[in-house]
Design a protein around this ligand. Structure first.
Ligand code: C5P
Length: 409
């Protein structure tokens, strides 16, 4: 998922050091550039053995820097360092980590790191033994105490063929870490947002279930928008959304049935400032799910008895009476007819602060697709019709509403 607004026009200084994982960083530079960031790259000598400055220049459209010892070098490091909003070193070798920990300044990357005043994020890449070495661990501690942020390293197979901790975090996740770094200054910093996403499943037997078409895309986009706004996010997802990656920084809870979802939501809401119920919850569940698979021969006169599920938002409102949390509850109304009237009725019945109504009969909105056309209705009766736009943009609009409501609370 590429979200544009948080990284738009951000000046990211990307230091690249000599690890085979360098080749992945061209992709990172491309992703950041596509998200609207201005990416200036500094390569160490060793990095240039693996990847060329031209590769970075080609994807960023900006000069990639390599040399400390040229005619403008004495001002270059100051200029690059001063204009950066974030200094990312990826991959960061054990050697560069050691130099940064000790304040060495023997190449353009390390001298710029000393001159820079912006936050720094390192993504280490090295063999497991090197990462575990007490010297590297001591450098890690020194840098962390100084406020340097770390992305990874991840566990898994390394270029040497060994397995362990030391792999570079994948570029898509590095983008998530970079967003988290920028999100620290955003208006929902320190707030807890719970988001539910995807459809629930109600078992008929161990093989079959009743569910719906919800993909979880809209809910996951809301979780990402809340993270971008600085919030601490709990993302509770049904099985239809389970295959989708967790936005970096979110706590993920996977559930199956509506009763599971109710339990997880009520628990998470005890500390939540905001609940966004984007999940498509099954209104009914099977009364007596079979313990063994129902055979075809038994099916000719099969009828499945259903019982009503609890309304989770109503139980959240009841819990709120006792605990005072969450401060804001947002629901969704997926309707195939009379969108406005149905959404208004649900807003009142479920004691919501905002309801996001979407017309699922339209081909370009609702289930499966990446776009949505929604109406926002708040508890004071204010109605805002948003145009057809990406689910990411809809998510940002919902979180913008939360930011505004939180400021006035
Ligand atoms: O009543 P309806 O299912 O259409 O309401 C939709 C809204 O209520 C959504 O926000 C959904 O997540 C939530 N919901 C709920 N508990 C249910 C059913 C829906 O909280 N049992």
């Amino acid at each position: 998922m590429t979200q544009i607004s948080l990284l738009k026009d951000k000046h990211i200084l990307l230091g690249v050091t000599g690890s085979i994982a360098c080749y992945k960083i061209v992709d990172l530079a491309s992703k950041l550039t596509q998200a609207g960031a201005k990416v200036d790259v500094i390569l160490t000598k060793a990095a240039q053995k693996f990847v060329t400055p031209l590769a970075f220049q080609s994807v960023t459209g900006r000069k990639a820097y390599v040399d400390l010892w040229n005619e403008d070098a004495h001002v270059l490091h100051i200029g690059l360092g001063e204009t950066a909003d974030l200094f990312v070193v990826a991959p960061c070798t054990a050697d560069t980590m050691a130099k940064l920990a000790h304040g060495r300044a023997d190449n353009l990357l390390t001298i710029t790191a000393l001159a820079a005043r912006c936050p720094m994020l390192l993504a280490p890449a090295m063999d497991g033994g090197m990462w575990d070495h007490p010297a590297t661990q001591a450098n890690l501690e020194t840098l962390q105490q100084r406020g340097v942020m770390f992305a990874g390293p991840a566990e898994g197979r390394m270029a040497s063929g060994l397995k362990g901790k030391g792999r570079l975090v994948e570029p898509i996740d590095l983008v998530g870490h970079i967003r988290l770094a920028f999100a620290k200054q955003q208006p929902l910093a320190g707030r807890h947002v719970v988001v539910t996403a995807g459809g629930t499943q109600e078992a008929i037997d161990p093989v079959r279930f009743i569910s719906n078409h919800s993909s979880g895309k809209q809910g996951i986009a809301i979780a990402q928008a809340a993270l971008d706004a600085g919030a601490c996010v709990t993302l509770i997802t049904g099985p239809t959304a389970a295959a989708r990656p967790t936005p970096v920084g979110a706590e993920r809870i996977n559930i199956t049935s509506t009763l599971d979802l109710q339990q997880a939501t009520l628990a998470a809401c005890k500390t939540a400032d905001v609940l966004v119920m984007a999940a498509a919850v099954a209104d009914y569940r099977t009364a007596n799910p079979a313990e063994q698979k129902i055979k075809r021969a038994q099916m000719s006169d099969l009828s499945v008895q259903l019982v009503e599920n609890p309304d989770i938002t109503v139980s959240v409102a009841e819990q709120k009476q006792a605990l005072g949390k969450p401060n804001i509850t947002i629901g969704f109304a997926a309707e195939s007819q009379n969108l406005l009237e149905n959404a208004q009725r649900k807003l009142a019945k479920k004691s919501l602060d905002l309801i996001v109504g979407n017309d699922i009969s339209a081909k370009d909105a609702g289930f499966f697709v990446d776009t949505n056309r929604v109406i926002l209705i708040d508890k004071d009766g204010k109605i805002e019709r948003l145009p057809l736009q990406s689910k990411v943009a809809v998510a940002e609009a919902v979180i913008d509403w939360v930011i505004e409501a939180s400021v006035t609370q």
